[in-house]
Write a protein that binds this ligand. Sequence first.
Ligand code: GRF
Length: 209
Amino acid sequence: MSLDVSQGKLVRLGILLSGRGSNFVAIAAAIEERGLSGVEIAVVLSNREDAGGLEAARVMGLPWRAIPSKGMKRAEHDAAMIAALGEFDVDLVCLAGYMRVLTPEFVGAFPGAILNIHPSLLPAFAGLEVQRAALEYGVKVAGCTVHFVDEAVDHGVIVLQRTVDVADEDTVETLSAKILVEEHRAYPEAIARVVSGQYRVVGRRYVKV
Ligand code: GRF
C-alpha cells in the first residue's frame, strides 16, 4: 500500500525529530522556495522538549508539539504520536533525526507513508555513529539514503541516495558536514518523488512509472 495522492489536495507532512532539525529546516525551505510543491507541513513533533527543531518550527510559525518519551513505555508513546499525527491530519510522516525505533503499530498506522533519512549508503552502516563507522572502515565513497520505513531499523525500500567522496584528510566532523549538505538536497527531492505518486515498488526496488 502507498500514499494516496489522488485527491488533488496538498499532502500533509508530519515531521518527527529529536534534535537540531536541519533536515526539517531544509524541507521547509524547499517548500517556501517552491522547489518542493504539492505538500505542506502539518505539524512538527518531537519526543524531546529541548529539540532545536521545535524552536525552529516555533520561529517559522508552524504547528509543533513535544511529546516527551522519557519515562513512557514505547507503545504508549507511539500511541500518543499516532494520535497527534491523526489530529493534524498527516498523510506522510517524515522522520528527520527522530531517535526512536517505531513500533510495528506505528509503522502499520501509516502504510507506505513513512520516510526516513539516514547518513550512510544503506545497507552499509545502519545504526548510530555511522559517519565514524564509514571513516574507520576506510570507504572512499559515503553518502545518505532516504528510504521508506518498515519494521526493521534502517531497512525499508530506498527512494534515493546521494554520495560524497571521502578525502584522506576527512574527519568525522568534515565527513558528517559533507553528507549533511547532500541530506538537505536528498530529503526534499525524495518527498517530491513520493508525493508525485509516479512510482511503484517491485520487491525491494522503488521504480519510476
Ligand atoms: C541526520 O544526519 C540524519 O540523517 C540522521 O540524524 C541527523 C539529523 O540531523 N537520521 P538534523 O536534526 O536533521 O540536523
